[in-house]
Design a binder for this molecule. Sequence first.
Ligand code: SF4
Length: 108
Amino acid sequence: MRTPAGKECKYYYADYHRGRDTQACRLLERNPQGGAWKPSLCGKCPVPDILRQNACPHLALEAKVEKGFLGLTEKVGVYAVCAKKMVEVDKPAIGCGSCHEALNKLGA
Ligand code: SF4
């Protein structure tokens, strides 16, 4: 679904059917410490680009609203792990690299 910022994000949810006016971020929602979502957070959120650049099915994301300088700004911070290798992924857009190594060994 397209976010208020205009990017595709599988975690964005909106329902305007029959007078409803519901918007949500399912990624922030599933983290109990995720914080409160608001539409403006989608504007600089790294998740849509991560999802577009890395389609690995083992990539697991967790998001949290983080305060900026003096608590005046907010942004979405992302923490990523490889659910297959159970390792932290520093660069979620690239991945942990273990699947690439396996493909290279197969000569793919
Ligand atoms: S805050 Fe990020 S993850 Fe959540 S709906 Fe917006 S773009 Fe998607």
